[in-house]
Design a protein around this ligand. Sequence first.
Ligand code: SAM
Length: 252
Amino acid sequence: MAPRFFVGGTDTILAAEAEFPLPEPVVRHAQVLRLAPGDAITLFDGRGGSHAATLLELGKRHAVARIGAHDAAEAEPPFRVTLAQGLAGGDKMDWLIEKAVELGVAAIQPLQANRSVVRLTGDRAQKRQAHWQALVQAACEQCGRNRLPAVAPVANFETWLAQSGGSGAGARLLVSPRAEQSLPAYVAERRDALLADGVTLLIGPEGGLSPEEERTARQAGFTGVSLGPRILRTETAGLACLSTLNALLGGF
Ligand code: SAM
């Protein structure tokens, strides 16, 4: 597979046969990969599909590609998942975001929960969001997705919960070891609705959601689903849900 680069931006126009100056981050990336003029690359702008391209020039600070044919193929799963993830510490968020993108997540909502060990506000929260969005881009370049999942700003749990039932949320699932129904059983009964409307997964941080948070989530309309008798780490839980959805709804 030719190396893939995201070149999105409001003024990006990928027209067939045009010569396209590559943005500086792509120039640096192409140098790291030791690409050379004449090499085949793939460019995508997040608006759908991708373009074959050929590197014409590669200097220290600039590079130009000739755009080739548009390929409309997409690598999206046939369902839309929003991962609402209680903020986890260390590099767990980085790790799980990368894997969630590979498994087809459509949007990521980091949540400041009661038991989150990390506290992110203001400037630090904005920097983390930008960092995660960059990881999403790199994961899409690597795994072949042409649509970039959005990482939303870090939100307070209660604030987010109050507006979480808006359009696009789909089925809202509280992923909890205390839930009465297993995720596979839930999915098997609602296949068509999940494919049509999508799903929001609410995952607690390392220490789980507090009893009060679980209660308010249920009151707000979330349905509890379980992943079996073993307690999974927070960074495993969302990925297990995404894998289950892929297996049962045709994403693999
Ligand atoms: N003692 C915590 C509790 O009981 O909630 C454990 C939290 S677990 C490490 C972190 C999160 O992963 C949970 O809040 C839940 O969202 C998810 N999780 C882990 N294992 C699960 C399971 N077996 N079923 C459902 N959710 C699970």
